[in-house]
Design a protein around this ligand. Structure first.
Ligand SMILES: NC(=O)c1ccc[n+]([C@@H]2O[C@H](COP(=O)([O-])OP(=O)(O)OC[C@H]3O[C@@H](n4cnc5c(N)ncnc54)[C@H](OP(=O)(O)O)[C@@H]3O)[C@@H](O)[C@H]2O)c1
Length: 261
């Protein structure tokens, strides 16, 4: 078995770094000795996460408060990604929100804000990163997508469609980036215990225990896959098996199964 390639020397930028999967990415990358740029909206939580990883792992940490559902927030983070001093070698596009409302029941502005964050910020930040990283001939991008992107969803239809875009976009870019020294992975977790569902005010009481994943495990598998050159990473055997079923069953059967949940 060949050893995984060493981590890149430059900074790693993590969006949504203060909670859930982003906090797991932050701690794991810091444990590898990576210097970090942490992005989220809430400055106090960013400072607290920065202090924690500086103390534990003696790494350099910048905090960059930004609302990535806005053009200004995206522009500020894209500018940091393009910066040549303290270059960003790893971009983790992780910040995202859900909207557990029937389409039409939630205001259009809420649907739009979710797409601006879950899709728009991934587009803008990846654009900046591909430019800067290909010029240096090195880098890695992990776009946190979701298994939701593989199945039609009633209550979260816009969310699922957005994640389908993130996966397809990442997969397409992997073809363009081949041989450039820059790799890209769409990380597609299933249900993961984080703040995500509480923020979306989702009632998850009907979700069976076996479907819940641990954020640290998702991140460990996602990073290992990214470094092994896996373009679409689906952590855990149970979700890999579910996706095999989704791919082999007729789409009408998939829709029927999903509609009964
Ligand atoms: N949890 C799951 O079951 C699950 C499953 C599949 C995929 N995912 C995906 O995984 C990613 C991370 O989700 P999570 O479950 O870790 O969520 P989480 O625990 O709710 O954490 C969300 C993070 O994103 C930040 N954030 C939220 N809105 C933002 C904005 N407008 N601009 C910048 N930062 C923002 C939050 O900080 P602030 O509020 O301070 O900004 C926080 O740091 C998302 O893309 C999600 O779609 C989650």
């Amino acid at each position: 078995m060949t050893a995984p390639p060493p981590p890149f020397p430059g900074y790693a930028l993590v969006t949504g770094a203060t909670a859930g999967l982003g906090a797991s990415f932050t701690r794991r990358l810091a444990a590898e000795g990576r210097d970090l740029v942490l992005v989220a909206r809430t400055t106090a939580r960013l400072e607290s996460m920065a202090a924690e990883v500086r103390d534990r792992f003696a790494v350099q940490v910048e905090v960059l408060p930004a609302d990535l559902s806005t053009p200004d927030g995206c522009a500020a983070v894209a500018a940091r990604i393009r910066q040549s001093e303290r270059p960003i070698d790893t971009l983790i596009n992780n910040a995202g929100i859900g909207l557990y409302r029937r389409f039409g029941a939630a205001p259009l502005a809420d649907e739009q804000r979710m797409l601006d964050l879950n899709v728009g910020s991934v587009l803008t930040l990846t654009h900046a990163a591909v430019d800067a990283m290909t010029a240096r001939g090195r880098g890695e991008i992990i776009n946190v997508s979701s298994v939701a992107g593989f199945v039609p969803r009633g209550p979260s239809t816009t969310y699922a469609a957005g994640k389908a875009w993130v996966t397809a976009f990442s997969e397409g870019l992997s073809l363009l980036l081949a041989g450039s020294g820059v790799r890209i992975t769409a990380l597609c977790p299933g249900f993961t215990r984080t703040e995500f569902h509480a923020r979306a005010k989702a009632d998850m009481s009907g979700t069976p225990a076996w479907m819940w994943l641990d954020a640290d495990r998702v991140v460990a598998e996602g990073l290992a896959d990214a470094r092994a050159g896996v373009v679409v990473s689906v952590p855990t055997k149970r979700y890999k098996a579910l996706l095999v079923l989704v791919k082999v069953l007729p789409r009408s059967v998939v829709r029927w199964v999903v509609s009964r949940r």
